[in-house]
Write a protein that binds this ligand. Structure first.
Ligand code: AMP
Length: 404
């Protein structure tokens, strides 16, 4: 799709052409239609991917369409950015793409005199690009009213959190209308970012991704749909079918880790766990055994295995799906280190399908499906040592006398 095929104003199209942009970048291709429709968007995009134009183009078009001539009535779009430089850069993009439209753009940031900024704001600005500190200052002085904001953009949200702007952002939210379109851009996604995003975005979120595949090419990763209560039988099966392989199994909590170990104990399979309830020296000993290959099956929580470099892990098994795509990438990255090949399989129950969807959206593509036929599924349950009838016990059982 080329830019001239988009449903945007002729003025904006001309400005895009003047910049020499021929076709949209990935992030633009994915975000522009959603933003034009008025949807809330959560986009994972690094600087350099064309993300500024990805929000500036549709915002300018929307505001141009809504603009009532000769009525400067307050800021319509607020773009929050973490730094002075980025604020200026973003203002420039809005100005360039908005040439010959009636939309005015302006940026404010700390470190300079406030008065000229106030003066300019009084004259009416449609798009305001601001760093959170200065913005909060002006709002608390009553110099800036945000009641008419229709579109809010949080650009480089992860960077803003790193710079400690979270409180300013939260305080500012009280000054914004609840009904608005919110666009959230971040280069990374983690629990904190997700929490912030979900607290700001009210409508359904579209998650876009940076084009780079965060999972290394030498890792084959797939998902198998297995119900929660059946997972232990599939794990047992995998361990039995790969007796020489090193398996790293991820679970959500330390309690789950111990439970999975007990399930494996019941079917006479040796494993060990590592999590934060274990003593440091116990953990080290377990890790050493796993590293040397003495221990073949290790059950771990996300935190306990973060950053650990273990050679020759043949399989990573996500016994529980991770709670974020960041953790997914981190977990599967425990196999296929360096130039080795690795395999990762996620056991996904019906309840976890929603998490899988989010992970896939963030990865930018679906995770390969591992087909399990009904017969195979049933067979795996039936051949479990836990399910096999214990013939000896049955033989020893006293024969019940029939009641007359
Ligand atoms: P950004 O990620 O917004 O910092 O943009 C990175 C660079 O990509 C900037 O120099 C933009 O001018 C340029 N750019 C943005 N969109 C396009 C496009 N569709 N085609 C070519 N260059 C682009």
């Amino acid at each position: 799709m080329k830019f001239h095929e988009y449903n945007i104003s002729e003025e904006i199209k001309k400005n895009i052409a003047k910049l020499g942009y021929k076709k949209p970048t990935d992030i633009q291709f994915k975000s522009i239609p959603a933003i034009l429709k008025g949807e809330d968007v959560l986009a994972i995009a690094q600087t350099g991917t064309g993300k500024t134009a990805a929000f500036a183009i549709p915002i300018l078009n929307t505001l141009q369409k809504r603009k009532i001539k000769g009525r400067p009535d307050g800021v319509k779009c607020l773009v929050m950015t973490p730094t002075h430089e980025l604020a200026l850069q973003t203002e420039e993009v809005f100005k360039t793409l908005g040439k010959h439209t009636p939309i005015t753009s302006f940026s404010i940031h700390g470190g300079v005199d406030q008065d000229p900024q106030k003066e300019k704001l009084n004259k009416g600005v449609d798009v305001l690009v601001a760093t959170p500190g200065r913005l909060f200052d002006l709002v608390s002085q009553g110099a800036l009213d945000l009641k008419r904001v229709e579109i809010l953009v949080l650009d480089e949200a992860d960077h803003m959190l790193d710079l400690g702007f979270i409180k300013d952002i939260r305080d500012l939210m009280r000054h914004l209308p609840k009904k608005r379109q919110t666009l959230f851009f971040s280069a990374t996604i983690n629990e904190k970012i997700k929490k912030l995003a979900y607290s700001l975005v009210t409508n359904a979120i579209r998650i876009q991704v940076s084009p780079k595949d965060p999972v290394a090419k030498n890792i084959d990763h797939a998902v198998a749909f297995i119900e929660m209560d059946d997972k232990r039988f599939f794990l047992e099966n995998m361990i039995r079918n790969n007796p020489e392989s090193k398996l790293l199994i991820f679970v959500r909590t330390k309690v789950r880790a111990e439970r999975v170990k007990k399930a494996l104990d019941r079917v006479d399979l040796v494993s060990d766990t590592i999590h934060s309830d274990k003593l440091q020296n116990e953990r080290e000993a377990t890790m050493n055994n796993f590293r040397s290959g003495l221990l073949k099956v290790l059950i771990a929580t996300d935190v306990s295995a973060r950053g650990v470099d273990i050679p020759n892990v043949d399989f990573v098994i996500n016994y529980d799906l991770p709670d974020s795509s960041e953790n997914y990438v981190h977990r599967v990255g425990r196999t296929g280190r360096g130039d080795q090949k690795g395999k990762a399989i996620s056991f996904c129950s019906t309840e976890e399908k929603e998490i899988l969807e989010i992970i896939e959206q963030n990865l930018g593509k679906p995770v390969q499906r591992m087909e399990i036929s009904n017969n195979q599924y049933q067979h795996t349950l039936e051949i479990s040592k836990e399910k096999l009838p214990d013939w000896r016990a049955l033989m020893n059982e006293p024969v019940k006398k029939k009641k007359r």
